[in-house]
Design a protein around this ligand. Structure first.
Ligand SMILES: [Zn+2]
Length: 94
């Protein structure tokens, strides 16, 4: 990535294989398989988000062991013909 798109990012979402969340842009609801983070990333791409970061995150679980997650940060970057994320909502039907 050579262009700095960060100034164009209006908001971000944090996705994780550990945290169960619903889509923040539509009534999609909780994603069926939180371990399939690609499904969540694809969903936000359809809303006009771009992938800013994907990687691994490690935390401690309740017994002191290590808990590994895959995380992604997505940013909403409106294009010239799509200033609002909900404008693309008609594109998906599940
Ligand atoms: Zn959605």
């Amino acid at each position: 990535m050579t262009d700095n798109i960060l100034p164009e990012i209006q908001k971000t979402v944090y996705l994780s294989t550990t945290i169960i969340k619903a889509c923040s842009e539509c009534d999609h609801g909780v994603f069926d398989d939180r371990h399939d983070i690609a499904d969540q990333i694809h969903h936000y791409l359809e809303h006009g988000y771009v992938l800013l970061h994907v990687g691994a995150e490690t935390a401690h679980n309740v017994t002191g062991g290590l808990w590994h997650s895959t995380v992604a940060v997505m940013g909403f970057r409106p294009s010239s013909d799509d200033k609002q994320p909900n404008n693309k909502m008609h594109r998906f039907r599940r």
